[in-house]
Design a protein around this ligand. Structure first.
Ligand code: IPD
Length: 277
C-alpha cells in the first residue's frame, strides 16, 4: 500500500543526513556555549544553525505543517501537539556531549499526524548510523532491520537512563535512589551515555534491555518511540500506563515484562509537562 507520508519521510532522511554532516564537522571546532534552564542545560550556535536549516527547509516544502523544535521552544514557542501533521525536531541531542567532543551526538526528526507518531529518523552523527522507523513498516539502522531484546527479567537486564537537566539536591537524591533501586533489583548495569535518542536507539537495536528517564522532552522521544515500537519494543509512561509524549518521562523496554518491572521500581521525579510551560 502507498504511504501518504513517503515524501515527508524522504525529506526527513535527507535533512538528518545533511544536519549530521554539519554537526560532525562542528564537533571538533571551537564552540560558544550558553545555558538554558539550568547550568547543565546547554546550547551552542550549531544547535540553532541546524534547527534553522531543518525547519526552514521543511517549512518551505510543507507550508501547512506544524513544528515543535527544541530551540524554538526554548525561545518561547508553544509546545502543543494538535491533529495537524507535526514535525518534532531535536537539532542536536547530546549537546553536552557535543560541547565536550564526547562522540555520542544525534539529530532527531519525528513526525506525527492526528497525534499519532508516523515515523522517526535519528542520525548518529559520529558513527554515521541512520536509524529509521515508520509506523507499520519496521525499524532499520543503515538499512538493516532492528529487533529489540527479548529479555523478560530485570535481573538480567542492561538498563539505560539519562540524568536530566536539574541538579538540585532533592532531584539528585531521587535520581540516584532510582538507580540504586534498579541495581538492588540486580540489573546487570545502568549506563548514562548523554543522549536520550541514541540510548533509545541502542534499546531498539537490542543492545540494551530497558530505558527510563525523568526530565526529557517530546523531541527526545518522538522519533525514537516509533523506532522502538517498530523494532518490537514497548514505550510507556513511568506509571506503567500509556506513553504521554508531553509528560517529560518514559520507560521503554524490549518486553512489557521488563518495562513493568522498571516502572514499578521507580520513584517519580516531577518535571512538569512540555505543553504547560
Ligand atoms: C538532552 C540529552 C540528555 C538528556 C536530556 C535531553 P539535548 O537532549 O539527551 O542526555 O538527559 O533529557 O533533553 O538537550 O542535548 O538535546
Amino acid at each position: 500500500a502507498g504511504d501518504p507520508w513517503e515524501e515527508c519521510f524522504e525529506a526527513a532522511v535527507q535533512l538528518a543526513l545533511r544536519a549530521g554532516q554539519i554537526v560532525r564537522k562542528a564537533l571538533s571546532e571551537e564552540k560558544r556555549v550558553s545555558t538554558k534552564t539550568s547550568a547543565a542545560d546547554l546550547v551552542t550556535e550549531t544547535d540553532q544553525v541546524v534547527e534553522d536549516l531543518i525547519l526552514s527547509e521543511l517549512h518551505q516544502r510543507f507550508p501547512s505543517h506544524r513544528f515543535i523544535a527544541e530551540e524554538a521552544v526554548a525561545a518561547g514557542a508553544k509546545c502543543v501537539l494538535t491533529a495537524s501533521p507535526t514535525w518534532i525536531v531535536d537539532p542536536i541531542d547530546g549537546t553536552c556531549n557535543f560541547v565536550h567532543r564526547f562522540p555520542t551526538v544525534a539529530v532527531s526528526i519525528g513526525f506525527a499526524v492526528d497525534q499519532e507518531l508516523e515515523f522517526g529518523v535519528i542520525h548518529d552523527c559520529t558513527e554515521e548510523r541512520l536509524y529509521t522507523g515508520r509506523r507499520g513498516r519496521g525499524a532499520f539502522c543503515n538499512g538493516q532491520r532492528l529487533h529489540v531484546s527479548t529479555e523478560t527479567e530485570l535481573s538480567r537486564a542492561l538498563v539505560l537512563t539519562e540524568i536530566g537537566p536539574r541538579r538540585d539536591p532533592a532531584t539528585l537524591k531521587l535520581f540516584l535512589s532510582n538507580m540504586e533501586r534498579l541495581l538492588r533489583a540486580r540489573a546487570h548495569g545502568v549506563r548514562v551515555i548523554g543522549s536520550s535518542t541514541l540510548a533509545l536507539c541502542h534499546l531498539a537495536s537490542g543492545a540494551a534491555d530497558a530505558y527510563y528517564q525523568f526530565g526529557l522532552h517530546c523531541w527526545d522521544l518522538a522519533a525514537a518511540t516509533v523506532i522502538i515500537r517498530e523494532a518490537g519494543g514497548v514505550v510507556m509512561d513511568t506509571s506503567g500506563g500509556p506513553l504521554d509524549l508531553m509528560s517529560c518521562r518514559v520507560v521503554a523496554a524490549g518486553t512489557r515484562e521488563v518495562a513493568m518491572l522498571v516502572a514499578q521500581a521507580l520513584q517519580t521525579i516531577n518535571y512538569g509537562r512540555d505543553d504547560e510551560r
